[in-house]
Design a protein around this ligand. Structure first.
Ligand code: SF4
Length: 366
């Protein structure tokens, strides 16, 4: 019951057109301005991870640039077929921490809920691509009931995070059902929605979608912009609609080689997110160990150098936290940069943004 199967708003046709006129199947790659060799390579790579992108997102691609950063995120590359030792099916152990279907409980106070395993776009770098490919199930109320019963039985859970798959690829009716069901659990305080829809299909952010999500709970929408070229008049309008509905907006990006591994690109991305969209840069993720993605991962040392330069340029509100989501479900750990050079009792030595060392002596009362 996703928007690809069942549309529910005959009046909101803009997003439906964006979906229909985009790439929905491997065969649709034939309509893109790819060379025969590029098309054959993309078709081969799409056998391992589904291909999908709305027209609005494809329209951002400069097809004359083989290294275009939007293209790199959605058009399959033959390099995806090259797996490296150490890459994983389930890089952050979602399955190992899944006590019931459609739910992951890794941290005491929050759970991930997977209402669908479908997305509006299939990002080539996705760390959940094995789930999206192998499970491929959509939403039904019954499919989530065991997960809701689990949350009801665990009063320590305060946040429910709808992820996937992309929850905003569901019809309004399904979203309203899920939100109502979450609201019926008194100890849940926050509903989080992790989504790429405002980025890749901004026309889907309609009045109907907003009202489906409005209720007693604080709603936080965590978007996923990776490059400043994704910030357009349409994405600005979508984020304004979400902000004006009273939702808190945060963004998480993935550090991707050849897409955004430059200080200038990250600086522009973070500034435009905060200043133009009103979306707080929240996390910059180091690339997870998803299979076939070595060509898009940077080293951690390169990432630390990038964020050190970024931190010196941006205000605190514009700066994301650079994190690694540890394998085996170890959770997210900040990767720095660290400014501590040494400690000797109550005397600390730090390196400032200007590169100079400075001492700080702690003065603490009894
Ligand atoms: S939208 Fe999110 S879950 Fe879907 S493919 Fe992209 S990164 Fe993965």
């Amino acid at each position: 019951m996703t928007i690809y199967i069942e549309a529910n708003e005959t009046t909101d046709t803009a997003w439906q057109d964006d979906v229909r006129q985009g790439v929905r199947h491997v065969r649709d790659l034939a309509a893109l301005p790819l060379s025969p060799a590029e098309r054959a390579a993309a078709q081969a790579a799409a056998t391992l991870h589904k291909v999908r992108a709305p027209k609005a997102y494809l329209d951002l691609i400069d097809w004359n640039d083989p290294a275009d950063p939007i293209r790199a995120q959605v058009i399959p590359s033959p390099r995806e077929l090259v797996e490296q030792e150490g890459e994983l099916d389930d890089p952050i152990a979602d399955h190992a921490f899944s006590p019931v279907p459609r739910l992951t409980h890794r941290h005491a106070d929050r759970v991930l809920l997977f209402p669908t395993y479908q997305c509006a776009v299939y990002c080539r770098f996705c760390f959940r691509k094995e789930s999206l490919t192998s499970i491929g199930r959509g939403y039904t109320r019954e499919a989530l009931e065991e997960a809701f019963a689990y949350v009801e039985a665990h009063p320590e859970i305060r946040e429910m995070i709808l992820t996937g798959g992309d929850p905003l690829s569901l019809p309004d009716k399904a979203l309203a059902e899920i939100r109502t069901r979450v609201e019926a659990i008194p100890h849940v305080r926050l509903l989080r929605i992790h989504t790429r829809v405002p980025v890749v299909l901004p026309s889907r952010i309609t009045a109907g979608l907003v009202s489906a999500l409005q209720g007693r709970l604080m709603v936080t929408v965590v978007t996923h912009f990776n490059h400043p070229r994704e910030i357009t008049d349409a994405t600005e309008a979508a984020c304004r609609t979400l902000r004006q509905a009273g939702f808190v907006l945060l963004n998480q990006s993935v550090l991707l080689k050849g897409v955004n591994d430059s200080v200038d690109v990250l600086e522009e991305l973070c500034r435009e997110l905060m200043y133009r969209l009103g979306v707080k840069p929240y996390y910059l993720h180091h690339g997870d160990l998803a299979r076939g993605m070595a060509h898009r991962r940077t080293t951690i040392a390169d990432g630390q150098a990038l964020v050190a330069a970024l931190r010196a340029r941006l205000s605190g509100i514009c700066n994301p936290v650079y994190v690694l989501d540890l394998p085996e479900g170890g959770g997210k750990v900040p990767l720095g940069p660290s400014y501590v050079e040494a400690q000797d009792g109550d005397l600390w030595h730090f390196r400032g943004h200007d590169g100079q060392s400075r001492a700080y002596r702690e003065v603490v009362g009894e």
